[in-house]
Design a protein around this ligand. Structure first.
Ligand SMILES: *Cc1c(COP(=O)(O)O)cnc(C)c1O
Length: 408
């Protein structure tokens, strides 16, 4: 009996996606095929393969296609294209959907390197970008121009975690002939029903939770059937390709993603609540937590049992950057580094105002971004307490320099 994938719960789908249930015999996982040249028995066979995805290694093989199929099944997409990084998945998609003279509506809270691409290469190609307030909702309609071809969303937003009203934005975009492209990295393929929300192309930095172990970079473009040919054509022209070893790592990561995310989610909620209780913290940016900004929209649009481990914390304005640095430096379990979505906890100081043109002055206080990993949450809380002790000690040094001098 065949499995009807749409009837299964997420965790079940992730373990079976791209496999054939009981009809799947032999090794559980697809063979790891490393290949550039593919050999054919004769010229007729070579000609038959031309133009298909079986002719040459750059177009993929059993290993990479198994990952594509699994990701399509996970998110309910018609097609998947894999790229060398999350950023290249974004740039490939935008290059496919825009041409000189076109206009792009880009959310102001987008991942900063995406912004660099809009202000750099797209601008050189005479493609203009207007940045819009993430909370704009249906009022986006006032910004849509006759040449607007793409409305780009990223929800929750990078660093500041605003939740966007994607159905309202998509309705306006579609009514005016524009497509909706989403950087869905926070949501992963299982966090929401992206295509039902009105998203046409859902992009993932698979580098994060899909790979899940901080050992490979990858991007995934998941699309509806309507846009597949256009994006695939640009993807091929750009020579996009991924290595089979990375595909095998990502497929391995995907199999356990739901189970890992359940731990990230539970620990993140505990950490978010703990942070809220610290007097130095003005606001915790974690939409899954009731009372946090964006919670109501998050509850409407995300799956009830979904959340990940990424959040922000805003300090009161009298806390200095040095104090935040002391907190980060003194924790022992939170690594200091970019990216997120691996098994390990991470922390970074952030300054979103530097990357914003709408409401930039809203974000001037020192901020922290945390990725809550798979460590025991009590150990993480003890470590955070240690970090906050360091922050508080730094206050004394800073606020009493005269006293210190007098002692010397
Ligand atoms: C990390 C990230 C990317 C880029 O992914 P890379 O694989 O590092 O290129 C894109 N979008 C978001 C939201 C990210 O967090």
């Amino acid at each position: 009996m065949n499995i009807v994938e749409s009837e299964l719960q997420t965790a079940t789908r992730l373990t079976h996606a791209g496999r054939k249930g009981k009809a799947h015999h032999g090794p559980v996982n697809p063979a790891l095929v490393r290949a550039s040249t593919i050999l054919f028995p004769d010229v007729a066979a070579l000609k038959n393969a031309c133009g298909t995805r079986r002719a040459y290694g750059r177009h993929g093989n059993e290993t990479t296609q198994a990952l594509e199929q699994a990701l399509c099944a996970a998110e309910g997409a018609a097609a998947c294209m894999l790229t060398s990084s999350g950023l290249s998945a974004v740039t490939t998609t935008l290059l496919a959907l825009l041409q000189p003279g076109d206009h792009l509506l880009m959310v102001d809270t987008v991942y900063d390197p995406t912004r660099d691409f809009c202000d750099g290469l797209l601008q050189r190609m005479n493609i203009s970008t207007t940045y819009y307030d993430p909370l704009i909702g249906r009022d986006i309609t006032a910004l849509i121009q006759p040449n607007t071809r793409v409305v780009f969303v990223e929800s929750p937003g990078s660093l500041t975690f605003e939740v966007q009203d994607i159905p309202a934005i998509a309705a306006q975009a579609h009514a005016r002939g524009a497509v909706v492209v989403s950087d869905s990295t926070w949501a992963t393929p299982i966090g929401w029903n992206s295509f039902e929300l009105g998203i046409d192309v859902s992009i993932h930095a698979a580098t994060k939770y899909i790979v899940g172990h901080s050992d490979a970079l990858m991007g995934a473009i998941l699309t509806t059937a309507a846009l597949h040919d256009r994006i695939r054509s640009t993807y091929r022209q750009l020579g996009m390709s991924i290595g089979a070893d990375d595909a095998a790592l990502a497929l391995r990561g995907l199999r356990t993603m739901a189970a890992r995310l359940a731990v990230h989610r539970e620990s993140a909620k505990v950490v978010a609540l703990w942070l809220q209780q610290q007097p130095e913290v003005a606001e915790v940016l974690y939409p899954p937590l009731p009372g946090c900004a964006g919670h109501d929209l998050w509850k409407r649009d995300f799956k009830p049992d979904y959340a990940c481990g990424l959040m922000g914390a805003v300090f009161h304005a009298d806390i200095s950057e040095q104090q935040v640095a002391a907190l980060i430096d003194k924790t022992r379990l939170f690594g200091i580094g970019f990216s997120w979505g691996g098994f390990e906890s991470l922390m970074l100081p952030t300054s979103p105002a530097a990357y914003r043109t709408v409401n930039a002055d809203k974000w001037t206080a020192p901020m922290l971004r945390l990725h809550v990993g798979l460590e025991d949450v009590d150990d993480l809380l003890a470590d955070l307490a240690h970090g906050f002790d360091a922050l508080r000690k730094t206050v004394q040094v800073q606020h009493e320099p005269c006293l210190l001098k007098a002692v010397v």
